[in-house]
Design a protein around this ligand. Structure first.
Ligand code: ZN
Ligand code: ZN
Length: 360
């Protein structure tokens, strides 16, 4: 299977018509990759109603010509944004969109200078991101493969945990295996947090040795052929005391409630609430200090969000993480995270194995 860039650009053009745009300047690299397949780090894609041009510099000449079939490739020296004026010159454009979230104030000013004054610029935040949120069948297959790879890394690394091994060593074992199994690298900085440090949701791995009778949170993900995965397991070194077991069961129950609530049409905020409600019942709600989940795709954090206030309704083809956690300062934390595909009927979990409590 191959990505259908033509279809993606067609969807963008439909949206442009509704938004009253004659053209759109796409400058965010993952959006460019999504629309035309260019994976270089310096580029700008200008999409008109009937034409599309990718601007990049000489370093990416060969790569761009090999990767991009659905847009013309134009090579310029320097910042691709400086060449936008040359690309739109002579075309009758009244209104042009730009990605407000992905331009600096200086870049926006330079665009104003480079393009004739008669063009009216319009901010279009999140336009391509909204298209990207709903995955096509090619992307679903890639995300499935990425989730599978991350799951295999987890399966290989959990047995290496033993008293005396340092958090950084475990992180190194994970990052090594991610590449060894064929991914281009981790999709974010691997998190290993043991003992009281597990109460820090985003702890960087440290030189701390993992000890017996400690919780260990392992949060890892891979980038496989540009697609990200994100997976967390929490294990206990030894026989878990009742307090830890209770916490773990509550988090697992919260995740199950969130899975059960997922179906097309439900707002992201309601899925978040389904998990939070369970933790509230266990008296742990105040220790759930982050949102329930986020979309995954070409980026590790993307649309849609599962958090309070998130009105976006889930649609079949959305892929999100479901990651409830409780973090008790001075004691420890537990998080369980899986990647989930929203299907016409409900949810399909892409990561494995399911998070049964692991006592090592
Ligand atoms: Zn994660
Ligand atoms: Zn995550």
């Amino acid at each position: 299977m191959a990505p259908n860039f033509q279809n993606r650009i067609r969807c963008l053009r439909e949206w442009m018509e509704h938004a009253g745009l004659d053209a759109i300047l796409v400058s965010h690299a993952p959006n460019i990759l999504y629309l035309c397949g260019f994976s270089g780090s310096s580029g700008a894609l200008v999409v008109g109603r009937e034409w599309a041009v990718l601007i990049t510099d000489g370093r990416y000449d060969l790569q761009a010509r090999a990767e991009v079939k659905t847009a013309r490739v134009r090579i310029y020296r320097g910042d691709p944004l400086d060449a936008v004026g040359k690309v739109v010159e002579g075309r009758r454009l009244r209104t042009m969109g730009f990605e407000a979230h992905h331009l600096t104030v200086a870049q926006r000013r330079a665009l104003g200078r480079a393009v004739r004054n008669s063009v009216r610029w319009k901010q279009v935040p999140g336009a391509v991101e909204a298209l990207r949120a709903v995955k096509d069948s090619f992307e679903i297959a890639e995300l499935r493969a990425s989730a599978k790879l991350a799951s295999r890394v987890m399966e290989q690394v959990v047995p290496l945990l033993r008293p005396g091994i340092r958090e950084l060593e475990v992180a190194a074992e994970i990052d090594f295996r991610i590449r060894k199994l064929g991914a281009s690298g981790p999709s974010f900085e691997t998190i290993i947090a043991s003992g009281p440090r597990s109460a820090l949701p985003h702890a960087r791995p440290s030189g701390k040795k993992i000890r017996k009778n400690e919780l260990v949170v392992l949060d890892l993900g891979a980038i496989l052929r540009h697609y990200c995965s994100d997976l967390t397991r929490t294990v206990y070194l030894g026989k878990a005391p009742p307090r830890v077991r209770k916490m773990y069961n509550a988090v697992q129950e919260a995740q199950a409630a969130a899975f059960a609530s997922i179906r097309p049409g439900i707002p992201g905020a309601d899925v978040n609430q389904a998990a939070r409600h369970v933790l509230d019942l266990h008296g742990l709600g105040r220790f759930f200090v982050h949102s329930l989940g986020h979309g995954v795709g070409l980026e590790i954090h993307e649309e849609p969000r599962l958090q309070s206030g998130a009105k976006t309704r889930l649609r079949a083809g959305h892929v999100v993480t479901v990651e409830p956690g409780v973090y008790i300062p001075g004691f420890g934390g537990i998080r369980i995270e899986d990647d989930v595909l929203v299907t016409p009927r409900g949810a399909e979990i892409l990561t494995r194995p399911r998070g049964d409590f692991l006592e090592l």
